[in-house]
Ligand binder design. Structure first.
Ligand code: HEM
Length: 399
C-alpha cells in the first residue's frame, strides 16, 4: 500500500496562522502522508509519534555514520561552523555517545540546581513586569525574551553584557531547523555559529581557571566512570542549551497568552481557578512551540499500517499528535481539568527534553506573575511565518 502523497503547505500563511484544521484532516484521513516537496513522510497521530520516539528503528542521526551529517546545502555550500556547533548536539546523536553525553550533561543540570534559580526568576519576572504595567508593550521583546535569556545566562554563568549577542546568535542559528532554509538565512547562521563558537571557547578557558557556581563550570568539571566532556562537546552543549531552551520557552509564553485571549479565557487569577501545573501542560499541548522533528529510518519497518524503507526520512508532527482525538478527548479544546497530561511537546524516549524541568519552572513563575493581571491584546498578532518553530513576530498587550 502506497503512502498518500501531498504537498504540505508549510509556507502558506493561512496554514501557518492556524495549521490545526488542516492537520486534523490529514490525521483523520491517514496516519502517514508523503510530502512531495521535502520527500519526508509525515507522522500525524499521537500513538505513531510516541512509537517513533521510543523505537530503535528510528534515529536522529544519519544512518550511514551515526555521528556525521550532511554538511552542505542544496547549492553545495558548506557551513563549517554551523556543523561544528551541531556535531555534539544531543539532538543529533544516538547510541552510546548520546547516552554518555546526556548522562554527563544531566549531572550538571539537576532538579536541585534548577530549583535554586527560582528566586532569581521571580525577581527578574517581577522587575520586568512592574516596569511595563500600565502601558502597551510587546510581550515577546519586552518580557519573554529578556526574561528567558537572563535565566539561561544565569544558569550558564554568562555575563549580562553578552545577552544581546546571545539572542542574536540564537535567532539566526535556529532558522536552520525549519523545513526550508534560504541561502541568506544559512549564511547568517554560519556567521552567528562562528562568533558563538569562539566566544564560548574563551569563556570555558576562563571558567576552568576560575570556576563558579554555574553550568559551564560544572560541565567543565563533571565526570562519570572516568569520562569527561571534551571542549567541543561543552561548546555544542552550551549552544544547544541556549538554542533549545530559549526560543521554545519564549514562544510558549507568547503562544499561551494569545491562546487564552483568543479563546476568551480571562487571565486574571487563572492560577486561582485551576492548578498551575495543569494550565502549563494544557497550553503547551494546545499550541506546541516546536511542531516537528525529523528522524531517519534505520531499517525496513512498519508504521501506521505502512511500510517504511531503510534510509528514508520522516517527520513526527508534535502539534498534530497533541490534538489527536484518539489520545485527547475534545483535543481541539483548551481544558485545564484534563487528566491526560502526556502530550508530545517535550518529546519522548531517549531525546525527551533535558530542560523540561527548567522550562516548567520558568513558565510557572512567568504565568503566576502574568496571571495577577487581566491581559488584553492590543492588536491581532502575526505569526513569524515558520512552521517548525511556532511563534509570533510580536504580541502587543496591555496589563
Ligand atoms: C517549553 C519549552 C521547551 C520545549 C517545548 C522543548 C521541547 C523539546 C523537545 C520536543 C525535545 C526533543 C527533540 C527530539 O525529539 O529530537 C527537546 C530536547 C531537548 N531540550 Fe527542550 N524544550 C523546551 C525547553 C528547553 C529548555 C529550557 C532547555 C534547556 C535550557 C532544553 C534543552 C533541551 C535539550 C538539551 C534537548 C536534547 C535532549 C536529547 O536529545 O537528548 N529545552 N526539547
Amino acid at each position: 500500500m502506497n503512502i498518500p502523497e501531498i504537498k504540505f503547505p508549510n509556507l502558506d500563511p493561512d496554514f501557518i496562522k492556524n495549521p490545526y484544521p488542516h492537520l486534523k484532516i490529514l490525521r483523520e484521513s491517514s496516519p502517514l502522508h508523503k510530502d512531495i516537496n521535502s520527500d519526508l513522510v509525515l507522522v500525524t497521530r499521537f500513538e505513531d509519534v510516541k512509537g517513533v520516539q521510543t523505537s530503535k528503528a528510528f534515529s536522529s542521526s544519519e544512518p550511514a555514520d551515526l555521528h556525521t551529517f550532511k554538511k552542505t546545502n542544496e547549492s553545495g555550500e558548506n557551513y563549517p561552523y554551523f556543523w561544528k556547533t551541531e556535531e555534539f548536539s544531543l539532538l543529533n546523536l544516538e547510541g552510546q555517545l548520546h547516552g554518555d553525553l546526556r548522562g554527563l550533561v544531566a549531572k550538571a543540570f539537576s532538579t536541585r540546581q534548577v530549583q535554586e534559580l527560582r528566586p532569581f526568576m521571580e525577581g527578574k519576572s517581577s522587575e520586568l513586569l512592574n516596569n511595563l504595567k500600565g502601558s502597551s508593550f510587546d510581550l515577546l521583546a519586552d518580557y519573554a525574551q529578556p526574561y528567558s535569556v537572563s535565566v539561561i545566562g544565569k544558569l550558564l554563568g554568562v555575563p549580562e553584557e553578552q545577552y544581546d549577542n546571545f539572542l542574536d546568535w540564537s535567532n539566526k542559528i535556529v532558522k536552520m531547523y525549519d523545513l526550508e532554509v534560504s541561502n541568506e538565512s544559512s549564511q547568517e547562521a554560519e556567521i552567528a555559529a562562528k562568533e558563538f563558537y569562539f566566544y564560548i571557547n574563551e569563556l570555558i578557558d576562563e571558567k576552568v581557571k576560575n570556576p563558579g557556581d554555574d553550568m559551564i563550570s560544572r560541565l567543565s568539571q563533571v565526570t562519570e566512570n572516568d569520562q569527561r566532556l571534551t571542549k567541543d562537546q561543552i561548546i555544542c552543549t552550551v549552544i544547544l542549551l541556549l538554542n533549545a531552551g530559549h526560543e521554545a520557552t519564549v514562544n510558549t509564553i507568547g503562544n499561551s497568552i494569545v491562546a487564552l485571549r483568543q479563546n476568551d479565557i480571562d487571565t486574571k487569577d487563572l492560577d486561582k481557578r485551576y492548578e498551575i501545573k495543569k494550565i502549563i501542560e494544557e497550553l503547551i499541548r494546545w499550541d506546541s512551540p516546536l511542531q516537528f522533528f525529523q528522524r531517519w529510518v534505520l531499517e525496513d519497518t512498519s508504521l501506521g499500517g505502512y511500510e517504511l524503507k531503510e534510509n528514508s526520512k520522516i517527520a513526527i508532527l508534535l502539534g498534530s499528535a497533541n490534538r489527536d482525538e484518539l489520545a485527547f478527548e475534545n483535543g481541539e479544546e483548551i481544558n485545564f481539568q484534563r487528566d491526560n497530561l502526556s502530550h508530545t511537546s517535550f518529546g519522548g524516549g531517549v531525546h525527551f527534553c533535558l530542560g523540561a524541568h527548567l522550562a516548567r519552572l520558568e513558565l510557572e513563575v512567568s504565568f503566576t506573575n502574568l496571571f495577577k493581571n487581566a491581559i488584553s491584546l492590543q492588536s491581532e498578532p502575526e505569526r513569524t511565518g515558520a512552521f517548525g518553530i511556532r511563534g509570533y513576530k510580536e504580541i502587543i498587550v496591555s496589563i
